[in-house]
Design a protein around this ligand. Structure first.
Ligand SMILES: [Zn+2]
Ligand SMILES: [Zn+2]
Length: 171
C-alpha cells in the first residue's frame, strides 16, 4: 500500500504520505479494525549503503469495546515510528527490518500493520470510572444500580456474620 522507490530515496529524503482505508486488504485480520482512515506521514532517508531510516507518524482511531461494560469505544491513535530498513544482516538494531540484497522498493505497509497491532488498546475503558456490568445480572451499572441485593451474595453474608459475632463479644 505504501511502496517506496529506493533509488529515489538514495537521491534525497522522501516524504511518506498515504491514506489507507480501514477496508484495505493490508489491514485485514487485525484484531481491532481502524474506525477511520489511517493517515501516514513522515519521511524516509538513506543512512548508508542499503540502509534507510523512516521517521513516520500514524494517525487513526480504533473501534474497541470497553473492557468493563462492553460499550463500543473509539480510541484515537497517534503513533510516531522510527524504523530502520536495512540489507545489513549484522545490524545491531533489533527492531530493524531486513531488506533483500539490492532491493528496488520497500513496502511500509507491513510496518504500519505491525504498529497498529502494537498500539491496539487492549484494555480500553469508556471512561476511567466506568462501573462495568453487574457480575450477577449483567445490568450496566453506569445506568444506575441493579436489583441484585448485596446481602444475597454469600461473601456479604459471611462478613455480616463476622460483624454480628464481633458485636456479641463486645456486649
Ligand atoms: Zn465502560
Ligand atoms: Zn445485578
Amino acid at each position: 500500500m505504501l511502496r517506496v522507490e529506493l533509488h529515489a530515496v538514495a537521491a534525497g529524503p522522501l516524504e511518506t504520505v498515504a491514506e489507507v482505508a480501514p477496508a484495505d486488504p493490508a489491514l485485514a485480520d487485525l484484531e481491532f479494525r481502524p474506525a477511520e482512515t489511517v493517515r501516514i506521514t513522515g519521511r524516509i532517508m538513506a543512512t548508508g549503503q542499503g540502509s534507510y531510516f523512516w521517521e513516520g507518524r500514524i494517525r487513526t482511531a480504533m473501534a474497541v469495546t470497553c473492557r468493563r461494560c462492553l460499550v463500543p469505544v473509539v480510541v484515537p491513535i497517534d503513533q510516531r515510528v522510527h524504523l530502520l530498513f536495512t540489507e545489513d544482516e549484522d545490524t545491531d538494531d533489533p527492531a530493524a527490518v531486513l531488506l533483500p540484497p539490492r532491493a528496488a522498493t520497500l513496502d511500509l505497509g507491513d510496518a504500519v500493520r505491525e504498529e497498529l497491532i502494537l498500539d491496539a488498546p487492549e484494555f480500553a475503558l469508556c471512561r476511567d470510572d466506568c462501573r462495568g456490568l453487574c457480575p450477577r445480572c449483567g445490568t450496566d451499572l453506569n445506568q444506575g444500580p441493579c436489583q441484585c441485593r448485596p446481602d444475597a451474595d454469600p461473601r456479604w453474608a459471611a462478613l455480616e456474620a463476622l460483624g454480628t459475632q464481633g458485636d456479641d463479644e463486645t456486649r
